[in-house]
Design a protein around this ligand. Structure first.
Ligand code: G3P
Ligand code: MG
Length: 243
């Protein structure tokens, strides 16, 4: 049975990476949510996709240069719809607290591909452990060094290697890291690496799947999960096609 993760929450219906988008994902009966995490100036994990607040809030500047107090004053909903102006940038803590009252799975993407955010791995792992959510959480990153640090800190937390371009040898690398899954774009399925992942018993989860055509030519049985902006719509559109 394919798992449906709401990508940045149910981000078609609500502003991405906000509590509104996460609540909407639950209403749409997603199995889990995917969130992006960066570090504030005062070292708190905050949920936002970009390294700056410019695109998804009414502020400007780098997340790493702003304190949580400053970040929390921003309006993270109006850019999407005036009716969402009460939305703020969620703290990872808020999301974990909320998610522990649900059955949702949680994919936390550590956004260290542009900013190194020293210490982010420990902050995130400590928070997940504090909320006793380890069994439901998978940590992912495009940055292999981040994943190596995660594995150093915790041998038991689930980790996934995020693949943008199809890099030869990524499966070997994932195995070396002790990764539990590969998160890739659909094109990955047409490479030899996908067969290697299967042979290595590494589940493949695909992003970002919004239309049935995005899965064209891919045998449903191969896909462990999909990340989608519209869980309800995609599930309806796929019917039984993804198992
Ligand atoms: O984790 C899958 C996907 O979220 C990775 O890309 O840019 O949407 O964070 P992005
Ligand atoms: Mg992401």
């Amino acid at each position: 049975m394919t798992t449906f993760y709401a990508h940045r929450g149910a981000s078609t219906m609500c502003p991405e990476n906000t509590m509104a988008a996460f609540r909407q994902a639950l209403r749409e009966k997603a199995d889990g949510i995917e969130i992006d995490v960066q570090l504030s100036k005062d070292g708190e994990a905050v949920v936002i996709h970009d390294e700056t607040v410019d695109r998804t809030t009414d502020g400007t500047g780098a997340v790493k240069d702003m304190t949580v107090l400053e970040l929390k004053q921003l309006d993270a909903g109006s850019w999407y719809n005036q009716a969402c102006k009460e939305e703020t940038i969620p703290l990872l803590e808020e999301v974990l607290k909320w998610i522990s009252r649900t059955d949702l799975k949680l994919n936390i993407e550590l956004k260290t591909d542009r900013e190194p955010y020293p210490g982010i791995e420990q902050v995130v792992i400590d928070a997940v452990k504090r909320h006793e959510l380890k069994e439901r959480v998978v940590l992912s990153s495009f940055n292999l060094e981040t994943l190596r640090r995660v594995r150093e800190i915790s041998q038991s937390v689930s980790i996934a290697v995020l693949v943008w371009d199809n890099v030869d040898g990524i499966v070997k690398c994932a195995r070396h890291l002790g990764a539990d899954a590969i998160h890739a774009r659909p094109g990955f399925m047409h490479t030899a690496e996908s067969l290697r992942a299967e042979a290595a018993g590494l589940p493949i989860r695909l992003y970002t799947i919004n239309e049935p055509e995005d899965l064209k030519g891919i045998a449903p049985g191969f896909i462990d999960a999909v990340f989608t902006d519209s869980p309800a719509r995609l599930r309806r559109a796929l019917g039984g096609a993804v198992g």
